[in-house]
Design a protein around this ligand. Structure first.
Ligand code: UD1
Ligand code: CA
Length: 429
């Protein structure tokens, strides 16, 4: 069966009190919207329609960065007239599409892939017009309640504002994740009336329409965490904590050793090889990729798409940004390497700094294989430290004064002492 998805992301997220649209608030470094795009993609949706509104240009820019081409489109909801109205905006983009349509809300990023699959299974095996996801909460306040009839069939969804005090006691709530028959969805939307109180078109009103003239299914998930909606900064923190735990558990399952996980931060888009040990208070961010058998931290920070090879040590109080380290390289203590390309078997002494920023531009530092950078060296970029070259402790290598292969430089500014030191140097290979 053909599948498509609509992701609602037009809301401003007033309660977050932020100038960034809600959909782009990151959870473990990845915008919330990205989680839903991934769910839709992995579920096999041939087309994903994101409904943007508030600061749509930022939403478009982010979606473009995902590089999914024409299968991912963004349509505009000019006025935020409710979730029903928002879904309606996707009608044109899905014209002539016949099949199943998922609807996701961008503020519910913890929904798991397994649950999405489960939802689709119910839709296709029960041949429903709509299958929705629900969960029982001890504190259902604020959510739409799922009302069931005498034979436990779903009758309708009642939003908090419209619920009577009896209805407010219903603990089964609407998560905001559905599968619809595309044709029935766009037919049904036409019948939804403005909610008299909030003056919005509620997507959830379609459930009552279908329960009278069609079939509604519901999948009840047991994991209440999955459905946490993000409305405030506190919700963001809570959801991020759960997402972070999932990421850490995922890497441990793949053979990464994490000491004291509750102190470790790893972004959603980071990759780590087997048998790497991550020591406490280490932060791995922004698409960085770490190889096998490395030792990171404690108190290391790796970001900006850095690439760390295999069997590398990045020790305490070391920061890497946009930096590549070759296999078996060691940066053990108190260093900053920014925009650096470092070869294999390099030793970076304690306190080494790349001065990569001149106040205007960032510049590259290249350190070739088997070089040995002495403690407290400052490398003023752009600069190259040659293969098997050595810098003395406290050397300041100024820009473009490249250190030749095998040379030894010392002092401030660093000057060449010998180019032949390697005859005596143990790293001479
Ligand atoms: C919604 C559901 C509620 C459910 C809850 C789960 C409706 C009417 N209610 O309530 O049953 O329990 O989610 O979290 O759907 N949006 C737009 N355009 C609009 C309005 C909303 O794109 O005009 C988007 C928002 O960005 C958000 C989503 O739709 O991603 C849900 O809207 P929100 O206002 O957060 O609905 P809730 O009140 O949370
Ligand atoms: Ca919400």
């Amino acid at each position: 069966m053909r599948k498509a998805a609509i992701i609602l992301a037009a809301g401003k997220g007033t309660r977050l009190r932020s100038i960034l649209p809600k959909a782009l608030h990151p959870i473990c470094g990845k915008p919330m919207l990205g989680y839903l795009v991934e769910r839709a993609r992995v579920a096999g949706c041939e087309k994903i329609v994101v409904v943007g509104g508030y600061k749509i240009e930022l939403v478009r820019e982010y979606l473009k960065s995902l590089g999914l081409g024409a299968s991912l489109v963004c349509v505009e909801q000019k006025e935020q007239l409710g979730s029903g109205h928002a879904v309606q905006q996707a009608a044109r983009a899905l014209k002539n599409f016949q099949g199943a349509v998922f609807v996701f809300y961008c503020d519910t990023p913890l929904i798991s892939q397994a649950t999405v699959k489960e939802l689709f299974k119910n839709y296709s095996s029960e041949k429903t017009d709509c299958t929705l996801l629900s969960v029982e909460l001890k504190q259902p306040f604020g959510y739409g309640r799922v009302q069931r009839g005498p034979s436990a069939e779903v009758v309708k969804i009642i939003e908090e504002n419209d619920a009577t005090s009896d209805e407010k006691n219903i603990r089964e709530i609407n998560v905001g994740c559905y599968v619809f028959s595309a044709v029935r969805l766009f037919e049904g939307l036409k019948k939804i009336k403005k909610n008299p109180q909030k003056k919005e078109y509620y997507l959830t009103d379609i459930v009552e329409i279908f329960s009278q003239s069609g079939k509604v299914g519901a999948v009840i998930t047991a994991d209440a965490k999955e459905v946490l909606g993000v409305n405030s900064q506190k919700d963001l923190a809570r959801v991020e904590e759960i997402a972070q735990k999932r990421i850490l558990d995922g890497w441990m399952d793949k053979g990464v050793r994490i000491r004291c996980p509750k102190t470790v931060t790893i972004d959603a888009d980071v990759r780590i090889g087997q048998d790497t040990t991550v020591m406490p208070h280490t932060v791995l961010e922004q698409g960085s990729v770490i190889g096998r058998g490395c030792k990171l931290g404690p108190f290391a920070r790796i970001r900006g798409n850095s690439r760390v090879g295999n069997h590398v040590v990045v020790g305490n109080f070391v920061e890497l940004v946009r930096t590549t380290l070759g296999d078996h390289t060691q940066v053990k203590h108190l260093s900053y390497l920014g925009d650096a390309s470092v070869g294999a078997y390099v030793n970076i002494g304690a306190g080494t700094i790349t001065a990569n920023y001149d106040g205007k531009n960032k510049h590259q530092t290249v350190i070739r294989d088997r070089a040995s950078v002495g403690s407290g060296t400052i490398l003023v970029a752009p600069v190259v430290v040659g293969r098997a070259a050595v810098t003395g402790a406290g050397a300041v290598v100024t820009r473009r004064n490249n250190v030749p292969d095998r040379a030894l430089v010392v002092g401030v500014p660093a000057r060449i002492i010998t180019k032949r030191h390697l005859k005596r140097h143990p790293r001479n290979l």
